[in-house]
Ligand binder design. Structure first.
Ligand SMILES: [Zn+2]
Length: 322
């Protein structure tokens, strides 16, 4: 990764960089902000600049030199003075054992660099025991240690943890910032920035996923199908559409796009002054759809039937099926 990949977040980068230049930084940070906005990318670059063999004073901006062995080791996540704690696959929370490993790691003297850096992503996933273990380390931070907590839900952290961290909030990216990041990482399909920005809700991670999995056309198709159902009700068409979109490989995407489509429809009816009754109908539909999908997940409900139910409600709410 190169420095140019950090787009947006000017204030955050300025703050971190000033610390590097002055040689003064806190023991603990809290990076918060929406998912996929670039918190982990900035943490990665910051760790690199702290551990780099050449640039200890931020001469090259908020990144290492990108040439020394240390910078490469951070890229491949095998630097002896850096630890990333994340949720282990198939586990539901970050465990106390993972945090104990982290605190043990931080208490040792640095091996390759002058500091030890620990990153927890997502910190809100820590279970209670893990959070308490982390709090102890925050209360008495080991020398030469830097801890970076990353989360999109800072409210889920213990207040005592939050209060011991210097906080950096990452705001959502603008459409242009979103476009620039995507372009620096992948080939952006011609003329597709706007729908992509919309489908991914400004989330770079999702945007990349939409491109690499070729799902943009699939999303377009689904939106077209939804709009066709809203325009003119036909039971045959409804069943056919539900059948097509209930296939396993489409289903997560369908849930995402339908939720987004209804939310957009709610906004439109509020903004265009369609009246309280119309707004209320769309809001009812919004919570109903959420409920349907949550049940489908919990009870393994037949997906085709579930979509038929949602489509019928959708067309009724839109007035296409009185
Ligand atoms: Zn370097």
């Amino acid at each position: 990764m190169a420095m140019t990949e950090i787009v947006g977040h000017g204030e955050v980068i300025w703050g971190l960089h000033s610390g590097l230049v002055s040689g003064q930084w806190p023991h603990a940070y809290l990076f918060s902000g929406p998912p996929g906005v670039g918190k982990a990318t900035v943490a990665h670059h910051y760790a690199q600049s702290l551990l780099c063999e050449h640039t200890l004073r931020g001469e090259e901006g908020l990144s290492g030199c990108q040439r020394c062995p240390s910078c490469h080791k951070v890229d491949t996540r095998c630097h002896a003075d850096l630890i990333w704690v994340e949720m282990v696959e198939k586990k539901t929370r970050i465990s106390v054992d993972q945090i104990r490993d982290l605190t043990r790691f931080l208490s040792l003297t640095p091996m390759e660099s002058k500091w030890k850096v620990a990153i927890v992503d997502d910190a809100a996933e820590m279970n209670a025991a893990a959070a308490n273990a982390l709090l102890k380390t925050l209360e008495e931070p080991p020398a030469e240690s830097i801890l970076i907590l990353i989360t999109s839900r800072p409210g889920m952290l213990l207040a005592t943890i939050r209060s011991r961290c210097v906080k950096y909030h990452f705001r959502s990216l603008s459409r242009d910032e979103f476009g620039r990041i995507l372009q620096s990482r992948t080939e952006l399909p011609e003329g597709r920035l706007d729908p992509l920005w919309e489908y991914a809700e400004g989330n770079v991670g999702y945007g990349l996923q939409f491109i690499t999995s070729n799902q943009l056309e699939v999303c377009d198709q689904l939106v077209q199908d939804l709009e066709a159902l809203m325009r003119q009700f036909s039971l045959a068409k409804l069943c056919q559409t539900a059948d097509f979109w209930s296939k396993e490989d489409h289903f997560l995407l369908v849930r995402w796009i339908i939720g987004q489509w209804i939310a957009k429809r709610v906004r439109r009816s509020v903004l265009s002054g369609e009246g309280a009754e119309v707004v209320r109908r769309w809001l009812v539909l919004e919570s109903l759809a959420k409920d349907f999908f949550a049940r489908a997940e919990a009870y393994n409900i037949n997906k085709r039937l579930l979509l038929e139910g949602i489509f019928i409600k959708l067309s009724q709410t839109a007035g296409a099926n009185p």
